[in-house]
Design a protein around this ligand. Structure first.
Ligand code: NAD
Length: 502
């Protein structure tokens, strides 16, 4: 079936190329999709450019734009299980988790539909008679939206919903590994009444399709979610035409447990923090930073609990987490663990590729590396797998303990998320205030709401998604100055004026 969506029509790739999509749980082929290339990317950009420059969408009143978003939310609610099934098949994540992703996506579309209707410019009081000065909001233009494989439709919704709400047109390029829910979204947007050319989908690789989108002069904005190295390449490519760039990159996220924490809750959440979706979560709490005097108690319990986690396929009701996205990715995660042990980390559990029934998929067990220090690569680099590193801190006084924990937690090039566990509310606020990460959880891990901004400090990214800032990424701000009593500026002498004394 043709699976590129360009100018309101489904098309095969210009070259006729296709790609088989495989289920990570058993490597079976679940779909065959069109594999776009440079010519398809160019056609999609031309369609989006035309729809922006000549189409009705950028100037469609916001209530009507919001109504399209609300209809997409309605369609997803009605088709939730079918779309969740596609997501689970593409990613290998548990079906129940994919269902929860769908609920989040509905909330994201509703959030931006509501937010955009409250958006207004502002009038400036200049204090000058006859002058009207106002600031107005306009869409940025043609957006290139490039997304990863771990939360395919969710990450896409974080971009598509605000881009459309603000009146932009776009070309979406999802990960080549997980395209099926993007195909559903294009169909849903068409059914929701979006005009042709506003939304365009080109499947294919970053090298073939992504690089065309990020360098093209007719693209005004690139919003990217993915790895750090790709983000740097995209920023460099976009610099050639000074595009607006929004980047949501990786994380190496600290999860700090003080001795005065509610330990059963902290330990249980430390497992969810790192092993949810087999660690393939940008905000995963992969760095456990634990106070020295509770280290043994906490880590022994984590090992016991990690060994009890049941791996299995998306539709296995007994499974608690699924496979990695591919054998290639599993190879990287495995090498990361082997290197960590060579660096001096102590492998407490996991670290080996499972056999038996699990040999049919790209599974990797929950893995805990103890005795880590910040100089180790395993503490600094993102494995994007189910791997927890453990570091300890201590201090003779309250302040020394907090200083030591904060110093470790901030000793990373990343700054996406972090958590602190303590029953001392003052300590919780002091530490949260000092962590250089975009989201901080106190006595919790992972929840988010679309009303609050999401994004990273330092090399975890540029800009914010969700909240109100997530809409403003897609908005241009224009100042309009209107002199209702035009008069000569009088700065330069006009020789033809009849000056006094001549
Ligand atoms: P990736 O960087 O390999 O790929 C992401 C997307 O970029 C894919 O669509 C890919 O095809 C495309 N791409 C690759 N090279 C490109 C190029 N040169 N030009 C343009 N596009 C290109 O990332 P991934 O492996 O798909 O996803 C995992 C990464 O995503 C992790 O690092 C994770 O932390 C990050 N992530 C971040 C967030 C966040 O909110 N900060 C959320 C999810 C994932």
């Amino acid at each position: 079936m043709p699976s590129l969506y360009i100018d309101g029509a489904w098309r095969e790739a210009e070259t006729g190329a296709t790609r088989d999509i495989t289920h990570p749980g058993d490597r079976s082929v679940i779909a065959t999709v069109s594999e776009g290339g440079s010519a398809d990317a160019q056609a999609a950009i031309a369609a989006a450019r035309h729809a922006f420059d000549h189409g009705p969408w950028p100037t469609t009143p916001t209530p009507q734009r919001a109504a399209v978003l609300a209809r997409v939310a309605d369609l997803l609610e009605a088709e939730r299980d079918d779309v969740a099934r596609l997501e689970a098949l593409d990613t290998g994540k548990r079906f129940v988790e994919a269902q929860l992703d769908m609920d989040d996506i509905v909330a994201v579309f509703r959030h931006f539909a509501s937010l955009v209707q409250g958006e207004a410019g502002r009038v400036i009081d200049t204090g000058m008679p006859g002058i009207s000065s106002r600031v107005v909001h306009e869409p940025v233009g043609v957006c290139a939206l490039i997304t990863p494989w771990n939360y395919p439709l969710l990450q896409t919704a974080w971009k598509v919903a605000p881009a459309l709400a603000a009146g932009n047109t776009f070309v979406l390029k999802p990960s080549e590994l997980t395209p099926q829910t993007s195909i559903w979204l294009m169909d849903a947007l068409e059914r929701a009444g979006l005009p042709a050319g506003v939304a365009n989908l080109v499947l294919g690789t970053g090298q073939e399709v992504g690089s065309v989108l990020t360098g093209h002069p007719d693209v005004d904005l690139v919003s990217f979610t993915g790895g750090l190295a790709t983000g740097k390449a995209i920023m460099a490519s976009a610099a050639g035409t000074v595009k607006r760039v929004a980047l949501e990159l990786g994380g190496k996220n600290p999860n700090i447990i003080f001795a005065d924490a509610d330990l059963p809750a902290a330990i249980d959440n430390a497992l969810t923090a790192v092993f949810l979706d087999s660690g393939q979560v940008c905000s995963a709490g992969t760095r456990l930073i634990v106070e020295e005097n509770i280290h043994d108690e906490v880590v022994d319990e984590l090992v016991r609990r990690a060994e009890a986690i049941r791996l299995g396929s998306s539709f296995d009701d007994d499974a608690e987490t699924g496979p990695l996205i591919s054998d290639e990715h599993r190879h990287k995660v495995h090498a990361y663990v082997t290197d960590a042990v060579a660096e001096g980390a102590v492998l407490r559990t996991g670290g080996t590729i499972p056999g038996g029934d699990l040999a049919q998929g790209s599974y990797f067990p929950p893995t805990i590396l103890d005795g880590c220090t910040t100089s180790m690569r395993c503490v600094q680099d993102e494995s994007f797998g189910p791997v927890l590193t453990v570091e300890t801190f201590s201090g003779a006084t309250r302040d020394e303990a907090e200083d030591a924990a904060v110093a470790l937690a901030n000793d990373t090039i990343y700054g996406l998320t972090g958590a602190v566990w303590t029953e001392n509310a003052g300590r919780a606020e002091r530490v949260a205030g000092r962590l250089r990460h975009g989201t901080i959880w106190i006595n919790d891990y992972h929840p988010y709401v679309p009303q609050a901004e999401w994004g990273g400090m330092k090399q975890s990214g540029i800009g914010r998604e969700l909240g109100s800032a997530g809409l403003h990424e897609y908005v241009e701000t224009k100042h309009i100055w209107h002199n209702t009593r035009p008069a000569k500026a009088g700065w330069f002498a006009d020789p033809s004026d009849n000056h006094e004394g001549n």
